[in-house]
Design a protein around this ligand. Sequence first.
Ligand SMILES: N[C@@H](CCC(=O)N[C@@H](CS)C(=O)NCC(=O)O)C(=O)O
Length: 214
Amino acid sequence: MRYELYYWSAIQGRGEFVRLALEDAGANYVNREPVERKSAFAPPFLRAGALLIGQTANILHYLGPRLRLAPKAEPRRLWLHQQQLTIADWLVEVHDVHHPIASSLYYEDQRREAKRRAAIFREERLPKFMQYFEKNLQPKEPITYVDLSLFQMIEGLRYAFPKAISRLEGKYRKLLNLHNRVAERPRISAYLTSGRRVPFNRQGIFRHYPELDS
Ligand SMILES: N[C@@H](CCC(=O)N[C@@H](CS)C(=O)NCC(=O)O)C(=O)O
């Protein structure tokens, strides 16, 4: 199967969660700039033969067993999907730190609110999400697409909130070990140093504004 991933080439964004799965599996895929599609509310979406699949978690739910990044048994697939949806919730909160009022306004027009939101995110929400995943990790299990997404969350948080995350990280050993395990996977490590991995920047979801990380 040759997959087509519709997402902006200049940012990691939500597309990166799908790219990591495709890269890890050595799948045959191409990136395409998004185009309007009646059935897809927002990018990313994936063309797989006759299917056009939207919603990041839904795309990964579809790809998981096909890329050998999820088992086929339903209870386990549902569990992975549940966790991926929780990652989607977490990601929205990361985004809303720098755009607490509206995505359609510039950051500069919502700086004050962003600062308030950032403090609550760093102190309450970030530990709550990290604690949840830490408690549910099973370190010896085969790597799944959820693990790749957790790797991406840690990478993004380190970029956006280097100070906050360095204070917290030590408490979540299982998450950190998982991050390292994923980074060492041969196809992931090759991808991360290739030109295909878009660097983090201030157009994406993870953005570094020093004033939001103090
Ligand atoms: N829940 C969807 C959210 C998709 C989404 O918000 N995509 C962003 C780009 S990363 C977008 O284009 N949003 C446009 C909008 O919400 O109007 C997913 O996980 O795929």
